[in-house]
Design a protein around this ligand. Structure first.
Ligand SMILES: CC/C=C\C/C=C\C/C=C\CCC/C=C/C(=O)SCCNC(=O)CCNC(=O)[C@H](O)C(C)(C)COP(=O)(O)OP(=O)(O)OC[C@H]1O[C@@H](n2cnc3c(N)ncnc32)[C@H](O)[C@@H]1OP(=O)(O)O
Length: 301
């Protein structure tokens, strides 16, 4: 019976939840990785390694020093996720980092500082696009968080179905935007509310709290805390459990849960871009970012 279920589960619905949820899915002109038992693709910031026999793809961030999400990172992630979404050998995706001590430092502050309005618009559309791909993926997404994970880094983890954090008190996670003098947009907030509930999200976002692993586990921001050297192996073990559920049933259930949040973003996408460009280009906000960057550099010296 278990084998039959496993076989049935392999007949996966194609396309992300954007199409499973009744909206026309986008078609991307992409080539498949091929039919070897293991397929890897490496670009400068992201490495994708799909094991065809297990159905698990490991997506590793490799943009030192801190895996910040600049234009290159956003583009490479988007291409990698599109390919995996269309690959029926892939049933689950694990996000993790190849950079020691950092999962991702979030959005690249240099893409939000001293640039043109056109750049801000393009940047924000790319950030939205990546979140849509992550949040609406029809695959099982697990975050194997092996380092610090502020702001956009936390958002990537929040977009997954399951989060495992390394047990190191220096690896803090949270939406800390308010501490930079900026604001977590509504879809960051929605992702947090959907994970930890309204009251905790309300406090967390206003204070820009960065949680230790123990506190993140307590509020449900992560699902498991494990020793650092066990993060990836635990993610793979967990994935096998998710594989026991037939794909079509899991995908429709996931779509049912996430569709309202995705639809809200799609309905407000252009307004959100306008808000971002207007907000980030204000002199006072630029000044806050400048001071924050200076503070990061001072901390080093
Ligand atoms: C009506 C509504 C109105 C408005 C709403 C509309 C729109 C909202 C507006 C804006 C929304 C923006 C949402 C923003 C999301 C984000 O993700 S912002 C980014 C937040 N990230 C952070 O705060 C992380 C900062 N970094 C750190 O805390 C640490 O670097 C670390 C803990 C990640 C790692 O620590 P260390 O290993 O000690 O490394 P260093 O601190 O020495 O850093 C090395 C190097 O990297 C540079 N750097 C760090 N983070 C970033 C980054 N995010 N972007 C760019 N660069 C970064 C750092 O300065 C060091 O540089 P050098 O000194 O080596 O040059």
């Amino acid at each position: 019976m278990a084998t039959l279920l496993r076989k049935a589960a392999r007949v996966s619905l194609s396309g992300s939840l954007l199409s499973a949820g009744g909206r026309p899915g986008r078609l991307y002109a992409l080539s498949y990785f091929g039919s070897n038992s293991r397929n890897s693709s490496t670009s400068s910031k992201v490495k994708v390694d799909l094991d065809n026999s297990s159905g698990i793809a490991v997506v590793k961030f490799q943009g030192p020093p801190v895996n910040s999400m600049g234009m290159d990172f956003l583009t490479e992630m988007a291409i990698g996720l599109d390919k995996l979404e269309l690959d029926k050998n892939c049933r689950g995706i694990i996000l993790t980092s190849a950079v020691p001590k950092v999962f991702s430092a979030g959005l690249d502050i240099m893409d939000m500082y001293g640039k043109t309005l056109e750049h801000y618009e393009l940047f924000w559309r790319s950030v939205q696009d990546l979140w849509l791909k992550l949040y609406s993926s029809s695959k099982i997404m697990i975050a194997a968080i092996n380092g610090a994970s502020p702001a956009g880094g936390c958002l990537m983890a929040l977009s997954c179905d399951y989060r495992i954090l390394a047990d190191n008190p220096r690896y803090k996670i949270g939406l800390n935007e308010a501490q930079l003098g900026i604001v977590a947009p509504f879809w960051f907030k929605d992702s947090m509310v959907n994970t930890v509930g309204y009251r905790i999200a309300e406090e967390s976002i206003q204070f820009g709290v960065m949680y230790s692993p123990a506190d993140a586990l307590k509020i449900g921001l992560v699902d498991q805390v494990v020793p650092e050297d066990k993060v990836l192996s635990t993610a793979k073990e967990k994935m096998e459990k998710w594989f026991d559920i037939p794909d079509h049933a899991r995908q429709i259930s996931k779509s049912m849960m996430r569709k309202p949040t995705i639809d809200r973003m799609l309905a407000n996408r252009e307004t959100d871009i306008k808000n971002f460009v207007g907000f980030i280009s204000k002199d006072s906000i630029q000044k806050s970012l400048e001071m924050y960057m200076a503070m990061l550099k001072m901390k080093k010296g």
